[in-house]
Design a protein around this ligand. Structure first.
Ligand SMILES: N[C@@H](CCC(=O)N[C@@H](CS)C(=O)NCC(=O)O)C(=O)O
Length: 212
């Protein structure tokens, strides 16, 4: 299995967490978003959307991290990352969507490039944009986590699920945008619990071979 990815990409990071938790070996093919390699014709032939991650397996190219993660869960059922109980599964998918649909995409590189290069926002304004949407999402998530009295030490239950794989990269990128994480003690506690696990440590951006 090969993965086209970038060390600081949140969607590559969530996919790495799932691969590590499932103990799947893969070869990394780095695509530098800093050098805009994702926008060149070679990479667009691999993913016409110009996004990482992409998984290559048996001459198949899989795009979109939610689809990749569901495929990994279905194909490698050992080390399950979705709970058995349908309500708990719905909670996992809701947290994944809260991060993956409602926070991450509006802070993506192409959006920030547009804010900077077309709308001429300065660095402080771009940072304020990111903080605003992260704060809105994290405030809601913090409330949901706080109200879930049977939750355990991870997002849902006492072992990591797909929800944690989505949350941890979002926390890391929030730090880059100087979000005040002290407002979110439940999220912080989940982050700390995940970072006790070697699979999460190994998936961290700073521990990737393409980290700069
Ligand atoms: N919905 C896609 C989004 C992928 C995505 O946004 N990837 C980012 C890195 S985290 C990217 O390649 N961005 C390039 C850009 O915005 O120009 C997925 O989940 O795979």
């Amino acid at each position: 299995m090969k993965m086209y990815g970038f060390f600081r990409s949140g969607t590559s990071h969530r996919t790495r967490i799932v691969l590590n938790l499932k103990k799947i070996d893969y070869e990394l093919i780095p695509v530098s978003l800093m050098k805009n390699e994702h926008r060149n014709e070679t990479f667009k032939a691999i993913n016409p959307q110009g996004f990482v991650p992409v998984i290559e397996i048996n001459d198949q190219l899989l795009i979109q991290s939610p689809a990749i993660i569901e495929w990994l869960e279905e194909t490698y059922p050992e080390h399950a990352l979705l709970p058995q109980d349908p309500i708990a599964r719905a909670k996992v998918r809701a947290i994944a969507a809260l991060v993956g649909c409602d926070i991450h995409p509006i802070n993506n590189k192409r959006i920030l490039d547009y804010l900077r290069n077309v709308l001429k926002l300065d660095d402080a304004q771009v940072e304020s944009w990111c903080q605003n949407w992260i704060d809105e999402g994290f405030s809601a998530l913090e409330k949901l986590l706080e109200e879930d009295k049977t939750r355990g030490s991870f997002c849902v239950g006492n072992q990591p699920t797909i929800a944690d794989a989505y949350l941890i990269p979002q926390v890391d990128s929030s730090k880059r945008f100087n979000v005040d994480l002290s407002k979110y003690p439940q999220i912080q506690a989940i982050y700390d619990a995940c970072m006790q696990l070697p699979e999460f440590v190994a998936a961290a951006p700073k521990n990737q071979p393409d980290a700069v």
